[in-house]
Design a protein around this ligand. Sequence first.
Ligand SMILES: Cc1cc2nc3c(=O)[nH]c(=O)nc-3n(C[C@H](O)[C@H](O)[C@H](O)COP(=O)(O)OP(=O)(O)OC[C@H]3O[C@@H](n4cnc5c(N)ncnc54)[C@H](O)[C@@H]3O)c2cc1C
Length: 346
Amino acid sequence: MSFVEPVALSTLTTMQVGGTPKSLQRCESTQELYGAAKSAWLSDEPHHILAGGSNTVFADDVSELNVILVANRGLEIVHEDDEKVLVRVQAGESWDEFVAWAVEHGYAGIEAMSGIPGTVGATPVQNVGGYGQEVAQVITQIEFLDSETHEVEIKPASFFNFSYRDSALKHGLRGVIGWVEFELKKLGGLSVPMASGQITNHVGAPYGSQLPLRQVRDVVIELRSSKGMVVRPEDPNSVSCGSFFTNPIISYGKSLEFPEDMQRWRMEDESQVKISSGWLIEHAGIPKGYHLPGSKAAISQKHALAITNTGGASAEEILQLARYVQERVAARWGINLIPEPNLIGF
Ligand SMILES: Cc1cc2nc3c(=O)[nH]c(=O)nc-3n(C[C@H](O)[C@H](O)[C@H](O)COP(=O)(O)OP(=O)(O)OC[C@H]3O[C@@H](n4cnc5c(N)ncnc54)[C@H](O)[C@@H]3O)c2cc1C
């Protein structure tokens, strides 16, 4: 097993906060990953599975925590015909490198999720998505080590009960993902029909158009960059976890109580509406760039939904700002915002 000298978790997470753990185990193969997880489950000590660290905020003191780092790489086409490919991707592969690979090879279905940081194996956890696509649309099966049974099994996507930014893995199902299999389409270099008005408006095409894959990737990265949503060393607004809160889903009836200019999206289930947390935050009197007095945690200058570390913030400062936002939004709009990132060790 590859224990390495523990380093501050601020260096392994995009929010750049978190202290030094008790131990750090870097697992470069799926077998190592499963072995490390089983040993951790058999011990009484606290542990955490960390991958790209782009959706995780660690506490300042994590000195009792044992961290297992997912670093298994590899990608394999397991089936190919005229219409589709099935691709099996190891958990530790970079998600965005996988998207770039798919776009380059003319495989459609994940192009609108370009520029999302982190690893492939973390994407099922919160059913990662953006610009009208989510991984639940393309995942066929997952190799999963269950913490209850300690058995490795290949589970169908339905086992994970995916919904908006959610899966069974956020509701009691515990285990480790070794690889994820995706079904991507061959559409002659075109994307799947675009379900994002932001993309189609940007290129002046009708909603639902199929666009060249490369164009979709470029547009999405451009749109995301303008909001500080691509991790770049030169963009201080990207020292974050992306969106800090999920967008609330409320009944259609309740949505009518909100001002007409509030951003909202109809759900497949037409009795429900997704509303914009960013709008709720700004309209609760918290502008972009806001910070509590003396704090180094701030709302992003580019996006009200992202909390950023403006340089040397503590984890506690990040959470103080998050709690303040929740309180203000609850007081003004009666909505409890739910944090999206995993908050570990608080
Ligand atoms: C600038 C920015 C923009 C973002 N934009 C988006 C967006 O548009 N849409 C979106 O959905 N998310 C977005 N995110 C959030 C984040 O990128 C995703 O949630 C991503 O999938 C996290 O991957 P990770 O490898 O960094 O996970 P980590 O933060 O390391 O882990 C996240 C969770 O997954 C678990 N986990 C990780 N790997 C495994 C595994 N192999 N087996 C079991 N559990 C595992 C961890 O224990 C933890 O609970 C953004 C983040 C940033 C910083």
